[in-house]
Design a protein around this ligand. Structure first.
Ligand SMILES: NC(=O)c1ccc[n+]([C@@H]2O[C@H](COP(=O)([O-])OP(=O)(O)OC[C@H]3O[C@@H](n4cnc5c(N)ncnc54)[C@H](O)[C@@H]3O)[C@@H](O)[C@H]2O)c1
Length: 349
């Protein structure tokens, strides 16, 4: 198959591209590199030994995106491009609604215009009601508590209505829980350009001394050790879920949602402990207050993805922590080399 991957240079997108290429598919990446850089594409090529075509395109730029659709034909789109920080979305909802919603609408307009009827969309567990009963099933009530989550929810609703109106269209909504880890080669992983929002990148910055000790938000929840419980999923397992979703989409019209998580809840303190043991390293952390809006427990019921997509996450928490740290060490090394390069200055006459 020939697949258009939006946001393919990003953390999850690059893993999806590697899986697609390893499965023998062709792909084209569009990315505006707002939270990534083209080195990710070089790495995708070196890991898979395959050529990848890409364009530096913002998906809200309809004209630029249309050039891609006019030039290449696609069987499906895997749509990951978008903004993803809950905190930033509270500060700048306009940007979030514009990029995530308008970008998706433009993409779908072009898909319809150029006869592409299948899309796999990166949704999120944040679409669920914060008080959902765990394990959370896909039929749980949808009610997000942030502008970011509400953009995901609005896009999900858009796809449901689109599929109702166009019965030949297929939209698979993948609700990710907490993707962590890196490619097992150690060559590619998350590379946040700003202060990390997610737990593991922050934890690793604390370990490497780039940031202060990790703050654990609350140890008085009604959980095994008082810290919040989350569902961590290895990013490679998550990426493999996209391939299953792609095959499903080729054979099923309509709109369907699937949870992609490990199906197991681990506490934040368990994650810290596992990271420390797996990598034989100390994790500096403090216990802080609960963070407003945080919930005690969130983990997925993944039965639907297992039974309908035939998908099964394989990697455990120790592997997630080892792969993440292997990549972090590589990244630190790359950044040190980059910092040492002295660029020649232009001679003035
Ligand atoms: N990482 C998570 O914890 C998580 C959880 C749930 C859902 N998601 C969703 O998964 C998707 C991928 O997440 P990620 O962690 O890989 O993020 P990421 O920021 O690493 O990747 C997103 C990529 O999209 C690109 N991009 C952003 N806006 C764009 C635009 N307007 N046009 C073109 N390219 C654009 C970025 O440069 C980046 O390469 C996002 O939609 C995110 O909301 C992520």
């Amino acid at each position: 198959m020939r697949v258009l991957v939006t946001g393919g240079a990003g953390y999850i997108g690059s893993m999806v591209c590697i899986e697609l290429l390893n499965e023998g598919h062709e792909l084209f990446i569009v990315d505006n590199f707002s939270n990534s850089d083209a080195s990710a594409i070089t790495k995708i090529m070196s890991i898979t030994g395959k050529m990848v075509q890409y364009a530096n395109v913002d998906i809200t730029d309809r004209n630029a995106l249309e050039v891609v659709f006019r030039t290449y034909s696609f069987d499906s789109v895997i749509h990951l491009a978008g903004k993803k920080s809950v905190t930033e979305s509270i500060e700048n909802p306009l940007q979030y609604y514009y990029d995530n919603l308008i970008g998706t609408v433009m993409l779908v307009q072009l898909m319809q215009q150029y006869g592409v009827h299948s899309i796999i969309f990166s949704s999120s567990a944040t679409v669920y009601h914060p008080e959902s009963i765990c394990p959370i099933q896909e039929i749980a009530e949808l009610k997000s508590s942030s502008p970011y989550g509400r953009t995901k929810l609005a896009i999900e609703n858009f796809f449901r209505e689109l599929c109702d109106a166009h019965p030949t269209f297929s939209a698979v909504l993948l609700r990710y829980f907490n993707p962590i880890g890196a490619h097992s080669s150690g060559e590619i992983g998350e590379k946040p350009l700003e202060v990390p929002n997610n737990l593991l990148p922050y934890l690793m910055d604390a370990v490497s001394g780039k940031r202060p000790p990790l703050e654990v938000f609350g140890n008085d929840y009604d959980t095994i050790d008082g810290s919040g419980i989350r569902d961590f999923i290895h990013v490679e397992d998550l990426a493999k879920g996209h391939i299953k979703a792609l095959y499903y989409s080729m054979e099923h019209m309509g709109c369907e949602s699937f949870n992609l998580g490990s199906g197991t809840g681990y506490s934040v303190l368990q994650l810290i402990e596992t990271f420390a043991t797996a990598n034989k390293i100390e994790v500096p952390y403090n216990i802080g207050n609960r963070r407003p809006g945080d919930i005690a427990i969130s983990f997925a019921d993944i039965t639907k993805a297992q039974q309908i997509l035939g998908w099964q996450p394989l990697k455990n928490l120790t592997e997630m922590c080892q792969d993440a740290w292997r990549w972090q060490l590589k990244l630190l090394q790359e950044q040190r080399v980059e910092a040492q390069i002295v660029y020649p200055t232009k001679k003035t006459v």
